[in-house]
Design a binder for this molecule. Structure first.
Ligand SMILES: [Fe+2]
Length: 196
C-alpha cells in the first residue's frame, strides 16, 4: 500500500482542518504502536504499523459530501472515488473510532488506539494555539493533562471519557499521562505538516 496515494486522496477530499487532524491521528497511531512494540505489549496483534497508521490517515475520508451522514461507514466507497481499496482489517480499525455510528465493538489494540486518540488530537492542538507562537514544540505534557482533567470546558469537543479509556486493562492499558505524552510527541514530530 502506497501511503502517498492515500495521502493525496485524503488531502483532496477533506477541508484543511480535517486533513490536518487526519495527519495528526496517523502520527498518534504510529506513536502508540511504537510504544506498545518497544514494551512488548502488542500481544498477538497481527496488524502492522502501516495498517495502524493508514487507518489513522483515512479514518475521516468519508466525512464529506454524499457520504458524510453515513460516516464512518462509507470509507471504502469514499476511497473508491480515488481508485483505492483497503482490506477489511483496516476498515474495522476505522469503524472502531466511532462505535456508536458503526456498531463495531472495540476489541483489537489498533481499535482501542484509534478510539482513544481520535479526539485527543484536538485538545493538543488547542493547547498549542494558546501560545503566541502557536507552536506544538512549546506544549508540555503537564499543560495538556491539566486542561484535560481540570478544565472540562477547554476544547469541549474532546471526548474525555473515551480518551481516558486508554487506561482500561482490556484495552491499551496505558496511563493517561503516558498516553498524552505519546500522542503529543508524535504530533510534535510532524508539526510543520499540520501548520503548528
Ligand atoms: Fe477523527
Amino acid at each position: 500500500m502506497n501511503r502517498d496515494k492515500y495521502l493525496n486522496a485524503v488531502k483532496s477530499s477533506l477541508e484543511q482542518n480535517i486533513f490536518y487532524h487526519s495527519l495528526a491521528l496517523e502520527a498518534c497511531m504510529g506513536g502508540i504502536y511504537d510504544y506498545l512494540s518497544k514494551n512488548n505489549l502488542l500481544k498477538n496483534d497481527k496488524l502492522s504499523k502501516k495498517d495502524w497508521t493508514l487507518a489513522g490517515l483515512i479514518h475521516d475520508i468519508d466525512y464529506v459530501g454524499e457520504f458524510k451522514e453515513f460516516h464512518p461507514n462509507k470509507t471504502k466507497e469514499a476511497l473508491a472515488k480515488s481508485n483505492l481499496e483497503i482490506p477489511d482489517e483496516i476498515d474495522k480499525i476505522v469503524k472502531a473510532h466511532a462505535p456508536s455510528l458503526t456498531g463495531i465493538k472495540t476489541e483489537s489494540l489498533a481499535q482501542w488506539a484509534i478510539f482513544c486518540a481520535d479526539s485527543l488530537t484536538g485538545l493538543i492542538v488547542a493547547v498549542a494555539l494558546i501560545y503566541p507562537s502557536k507552536k506544538l514544540a512549546e506544549v508540555k505534557v503537564n499543560s495538556v493533562l491539566k486542561r484535560f482533567l481540570k478544565e472540562p470546558r477547554f476544547a469541549a469537543g474532546t471526548r474525555r471519557d473515551e480518551v481516558k479509556m486508554c487506561e482500561l486493562p482490556e484495552g491499551l492499558n496505558i496511563p493517561l499521562e503516558k498516553f498524552i505524552e505519546i500522542c503529543l510527541t508524535s504530533m510534535q514530530l510532524i508539526a510543520p505538516d499540520i501548520g503548528l
